[in-house]
Write a protein that binds this ligand. Structure first.
Ligand code: NAD
Length: 282
């Protein structure tokens, strides 16, 4: 079975992003990403730190805004409003999930779609559902499509199953697979006979957030497996798919080293696109 790491694609995106940010810098524009975190969830801090590393490599200025969860919804909305109006900021990332009691939907509606580099606003999400170009898709959903295409996995006419129906991954990804002419089944917690449903899939994408949910019984011989899940194990991470399930697959994305690495660089790409658009260059 073929191991589809995200390394080569992430590098290709990195080269393109670095070149474009250099060109922007020459015009006197510093592309800038603002990251807003509420609370101190370890997974959010880890993602933020890894994005800081990408920003540094890409020549993108990073601005981290950390709020205590006690500061409340109004403080978070005030920060988003201020960043919306700040011309030096091109992309805004709200680290999710927010602490309990916060209304993510209200913040999504407040965020300027032109700066919404992780595709959470109604404008950007609906553009994906309506097949309109130029929208920012949620980076993880886009990373799955981009890696499958990069690896030349044919999607047209194929049976694809997505486990998970969140607005961050599952739902937008299902729409993006439809756009590629796959036949898509979306599975969720109420899906009956999950393993049997997944067994029909030529391409099985696990985005359930359940460690090692998928075992060999879910996998059709020769299927392509894509693992979106992230679960800490000691100093490393594992995914939603048990490594033993790879044996039946034709190809698979590992965790770590699969979708996650592409996701971070796509976010950088979105920041550059936002900066280029703000300058009227895209
Ligand atoms: P979520 O909790 O919002 O959604 C999970 C979805 O999976 C839900 O729709 C739920 O119905 C479904 N689900 C949960 N358990 C299930 C089960 N036992 N059977 C069938 N369906 C089930 O999670 P999310 O934000 O969509 O993230 C999913 C996973 O992807 C998490 O592990 C998260 O850490 C990871 N993630 C990875 C990246 C990346 O860059 N690789 C980015 C975002 C999220």
């Amino acid at each position: 079975m073929r191991r589809m790491t995200g390394k080569a694609l992430a590098e290709a995106i990195r080269n393109d992003v670095t070149q474009r940010s250099g060109a922007l810098l020459e015009r006197g524009v510093t592309p800038c990403l603002a990251m807003v975190r509420v609370g101190d969830r370890q997974d959010c801090i880890a993602y933020e730190n890894s994005l800081l590393g990408c920003c540094e490599k890409a020549g993108i200025a990073a601005r981290g805004i950390a709020l205590q969860k006690e500061s409340g919804q109004n403080a978070c909305e005030a920060v988003i409003n201020a960043l919306n109006g700040d011309e030096s900021v091109h992309g805004i990332l709200l680290l999710r999930p927010l602490p309990e009691g916060f209304d993510e939907d209200r913040i999504a509606r407040l965020l300027d779609p032109k700066k919404d580099v992780d595709g959470m606003t109604p404008d950007n999400l609906s553009a994906i559902f309506l097949n309109r170009g130029l929208a920012f898709a949620p980076c993880t959903a886009e990373a799955v499509i981009r890696l499958l295409k990069f690896e030349k996995v044919e999607l047209e006419g194929k049976e694809a199953a997505v486990i998970g129906r969140s607005l961050v991954v599952g739902k937008p990804l299902a729409m993006m697979l439809l756009k590629e002419n796959a036949t898509v089944t979306v599975c969720h917690t109420r899906t009956r006979n999950l393993a049997q449903v997944c067994q029909r899939a030529d391409i099985l994408i696990a985005a359930a957030g359940q460690k090692h949910l998928v075992d060999g019984s879910f996998v059709k011989d020769g299927a392509v497996l894509v693992d979106v899940g992230i679960h800490p194990v000691g100093d490393s991470i594992t995914g939603d798919i048990q490594p033993s399930a790879y044996e039946k697959a034709g190809a698979y994305t590992p965790v770590p080293g699969g979708i996650g690495s592409v996701t971070s660089w796509l976010l950088m790409e979105h920041v550059i696109h936002a900066a280029l658009r703000a300058e009227g260059l895209l």
